[in-house]
Design a protein around this ligand. Structure first.
Ligand SMILES: [Zn+2]
Length: 468
């Protein structure tokens, strides 16, 4: 067994039950309705990424990377709060470990469910209707349903993950004859995520994050092209490649938006190994569909191919159309800052496309959401004198007065450590008498923590006003 395999085994011991059953027990504890999770959650956690991993590793070998190096990778899903996705190397035996969080997969799946319907609606009803719809999008600028439904589903996930650490989700109501586009898109997205982390394993030292993103994109495209070659070999090679690259890019953008949601909504300190997801996505699209790359292609082809120029312009335009609604929903779902526009939970209750709404306690979710956007002083004042220290910016004194152990205080205040909002809630739950007080106190602390994006030079000043 390699060191990477051992490390993964320690983090996620082998279980027999499916990950879905594990999550359903946690959902029952917090009284949340049971959703449809992606089919990979039907397997135990340590097997769930098996197919995606096999696709990515085979594609890397096809692209020319040394099979021995590729085989030294272990890829696994984790329920741990501390990651979205990350790579760790073990120089002792040259093995490497890629971890992807189940929360990241659930978030990706919500995007895919929404986008899958949009794409399905585009292609249903024949080519003529599709052409008419594409024409219409030139005026509306986007495809897909009401972004409010996606924003609501994502924000529901974020509130639950921040408060309980559980990846609870809601689904869109199933459509008849659903061809499973959501699972299809999820595969693209996860091949990109795993491909990016695997790139850190196979590329030489000194490679950039953009190099890893670019290789991930081509790995995802290669995996898709293999699938297509087996199932759509009537298409000329050239068109197969182009379609693979375009679909790879959509998968990359979906995962980057899911990452952005996680980074903004779930993490107080996300570590600084990667650029913010939005900047990454912009750079990747510019890089892949850039005039510079087109010039390289022109050189390779020995002259300009007018169809390629057309394609580059078209893809840039199409990408905006495909992801416009997703970008808007991401912004609405992930802002918990003091100045955030309150999310309209009452309006969500009337969105017919969302399943399980009747079973979800939206009043409680809305109350928790409000506490995280502006802590309630009536609750936090009960925790004096700790609260007074926190408000004055004396975090160490405040957390100690609240009874936190010295090593926990140190961990929470260390700007170099990754920190999820949920960890803070868990730490404060022993101090606070009830969940709402713990959430209010966590919000108070979060706004003032060193090394977080929400802390600012004026962070010692009470936020949101005392007394409403
Ligand atoms: Zn990276």
């Amino acid at each position: 067994m390699t060191q990477a395999e051992l490390a993964y085994r320690r983090l996620e011991p082998i279980t027999l039950g499916s990950h879905r059953e594990f999550l359903e027990r946690r959902l029952a504890k917090i009284g949340a309705p049971v959703p449809r999770y992606p089919s990979m959650f039907d397997s135990p956690l340590h097997e769930a990424l098996g197919e995606v991993t096999a696709d990515v590793l085979a594609a890397l070998v096809d692209l020319g990377f040394a099979p021995g190096r590729v085989a030294a990778l272990t890829v696994g899903l984790t329920g741990n709060d501390g990651f979205t996705a990350r790579y760790r190397s073990f120089p002792g035996d040259g093995s490497g470990l890629v971890l992807v969080s189940d929360s990241m997969v659930s978030l990706c799946y919500s995007y895919c469910e929404f986008e899958g319907r949009a794409l399905q609606a585009m292609v249903s009803g024949g080519l003529l209707r599709m052409a008419a719809k594409v024409f219409l999008t030139r005026f509306t600028g986007t495809i897909g349903g009401d972004p409010r439904s996606l924003a609501g589903i994502l924000r529901y996930h974020n509130v639950n993950r921040r408060v309980y650490g559980v990846p609870a989700v809601l689904n869109l109501v199933p459509v008849p004859d659903d061809p499973g586009m959501d699972e299809f898109l999820l595969d693209y997205g996860l091949r990109f995520v795993v491909g990016h982390e695997a790139a850190h394993h196979v590329l030489d030292d000194g490679h950039s994050e953009l190099d890893a993103d670019t290789l991930a994109l081509f790995t995802a495209a290669e995996a898709f092209a293999r699938y297509q070659a087996e199932n759509m070999d009537f298409l000329p090679e050239r068109y197969r490649r182009e379609a693979a690259e375009f679909h790879g890019l959509i998968g990359a953008l979906i995962t980057m938006l899911a990452l952005q949601t996680s980074e903004r909504a779930l993490f107080l300190r996300r570590g600084h190994s990667h650029l913010p997801a939005q900047d990454r996505a912009t750079r990747l699209v510019e890089h892949v569909l850039s005039p510079a790359r087109q010039e390289t292609l022109d050189r390779l082809l020995g002259g300009r191919d007018p169809r390629m120029a057309l394609r580059f312009d078209k893809d840039r335009g199409n990408l905006g159309v495909y992801v416009g609604a997703l970008v808007r929903a991401t912004a609405q779902a992930s802002d918990f800052s003091a100045g955030a526009t309150p999310f309209d939970w009452a309006a969500l209750a009337g969105v017919p496309e969302i399943e399980q709404l009747a079973g979800a306690d939206l009043d409680e979710i809305a109350a928790l959401d409000r506490l995280m956007c502006g802590p309630d002083p009536v609750l936090t004042d009960r925790l004096d004198p700790g609260t007074r220290h926190i408000l004055a910016g004396r975090l160490k004194e405040g957390l100690s007065a609240w009874g936190l152990a010295a090593d926990r205080v140190e961990a929470l205040l260390d700007p170099s450590r990754v920190l999820a909002f949920h960890t803070l809630v868990e730490d404060l739950q022993n101090t606070a008498k009830d969940l709402h007080t713990a959430v209010a106190a966590a919000t108070l602390v979060a706004r003032r923590l060193p090394g977080t994006e929400s802390s600012s030079p004026g962070a010692g000043v009470p936020m949101g006003g005392r007394g409403r």
